[in-house]
Design a binder for this molecule. Structure first.
Ligand SMILES: Cc1ncc(COP(=O)(O)O)c(C=O)c1O
Length: 399
């Protein structure tokens, strides 16, 4: 069937919530994907910061096929080895004590919220408010969309969930000022992904940690986008020598197979049997893949490679910014980067990059985001920046 026919079918049968680009992706390998017409693209979107080992990585393919033939899911009425070996490894690498597996980022953050509310009932006199940040993104469930900042994502669904006061990001004084007897926790992304790749000052998270200790409230980190290696450490908080009380992780964890998890210190993990649950979460298939991906990442020092490749990408983007006045800022860490533009042109640039064989995403109207796989080569990083430079050079003058 022709591309146009599939696009018509999408319009007719799929709930119109996604603004899609006019391309049907068919298969991938490493950093590359191909569409149904056989055209090749460099994939710097990677399922939105998901495909940590690139497409069709043999470790993932092998774990998926082996486990699918053996056992896909059992429910959590029973023990399975894949779930438990991933639980142990994740706790060891995160410094947390307990884990709960789910299927997505939003579910993982929802778990953090429920964990904090339970803790507030038992340890802080029923406190339930969770301080969140401007430009935050935490997911699309009712509670996580409330915790998120984007008004467009929230307005159609009022009344929202109560108890999420908002403060500017990267401003510890604002958190202090917003803390009251009702406050149970602070919930932050260590580096804001969907908000535009906003990297806080180095002393921000340590200062927030100190404040949470002083005030007797929990520090919850949403590492759905930054966790599992993306910033050059397994968890982004490890750059700052701190630990949260609980953390959410998802996207990169199983390299593309849907999985989410929240982890907590024993002191915060007060949920008891029956208080939380899931049908698919912790299934043997996703956990086996998650285990193999994480083990491969650790055995091959992929976080180290992310740091090296990230430094190269940063250099290339900075030198692009030197030559191209439209680029006003370059920001990121590890292998999550954005360039800020001097006017809202990112959607047009994304469409032009697509034609040139590069998938990138318009994280804001004025910013482009790059989240390649951890296995990306220097040559591929260079090619991607070359395409962006060519496209920027051909953009019409701003009127
Ligand atoms: C920081 C953060 N939290 C939560 C989510 C929600 O994850 P999901 O789309 O898997 O529900 C995202 C997704 O982009 C995210 O970046």
């Amino acid at each position: 069937m022709q591309t146009e026919n599939w696009i018509e079918i999408e319009h007719e049968f799929y709930l119109q919530t996604a603004k899609r680009l006019p391309v049907i992706l068919d298969h991938g390998e490493g950093t590359k994907v191909w569409d149904t017409d056989g055209k090749e693209y460099l994939d710097f979107v990677g399922g939105i910061a998901v495909t940590s080992l690139g497409h069709a990585h043999p470790v993932i393919v092998e774990a998926l096929t082996r486990q699918a033939k053996k056992l896909i899911t059992t429910s959590n009425y029973y023990y399975t080895v894949p779930q438990l070996k991933l639980a142990k490894l994740l706790c060891e690498v995160s410094g947390m004590d307990k884990v709960f597996f789910c299927n997505s980022g939003a579910e993982a953050v929802e778990g953090l919220i429920k964990l904090a509310r339970k803790w507030g009932k038992e340890k802080r006199d029923g406190a339930y408010e969770i301080i969140v940040a401007e430009n935050a993104f935490h997911g699309r469930t009712l509670a996580t969309v409330t915790a998120s900042a984007n008004e467009r994502y929230r307005a159609p669904f009022t009344p929202l969930v109560e108890g999420f006061p908002r403060v500017p990001f990267n401003d510890v004084a604002a958190i202090k000022a917003a803390t009251t007897g009702k406050t149970v926790a602070v919930l932050l992304e260590p580096l804001q992904g969907e908000g535009g790749v906003n990297v806080p000052d180095d002393d921000y998270l340590p200062a927030v940690r100190r404040w949470c200790d002083e005030a007797g409230i929990l520090l919850l980190l949403d590492e759905v986008q930054t966790g599992a290696g993306r910033t050059g450490k397994v968890f982004c908080y490890q750059h700052y020598d701190i630990e949260p009380d609980a953390v959410a992780v998802a996207k990169a964890l199983a390299g593309g197979v849907p999985i989410g998890a929240f982890l907590a210190k024993d002191s915060a993990a007060l949920l008891t049997p029956g208080e939380h649950g899931t049908t698919f979460g912790g299934n043997a298939l996703a956990c086996e893949v998650g285990y193999e991906v994480l083990k491969y990442m650790l055995d091959n020092d992929l976080p180290g490679q992310v740091t090296k490749r990230g430094a190269y990408l940063e250099r290339r983007l900075l030198s692009l910014a030197d030559r191209q006045p439209m680029v006003t800022e370059v920001r990121g860490k590890g292998l999550i980067w954005a360039i800020e533009l001097d006017h809202p042109a990112s959607e047009e640039i994304v469409a032009r990059c697509l034609k040139e064989g590069l998938l990138v995403n318009a994280v804001k109207p004025t910013a482009l985001r790059f989240v390649p796989p951890f296995t990306v080569s220097e040559a591929e990083l260079g090619q991607a920046v070359d395409i962006v430079e060519r496209v920027l050079g051909e953009m019409p003058e701003e009127k």
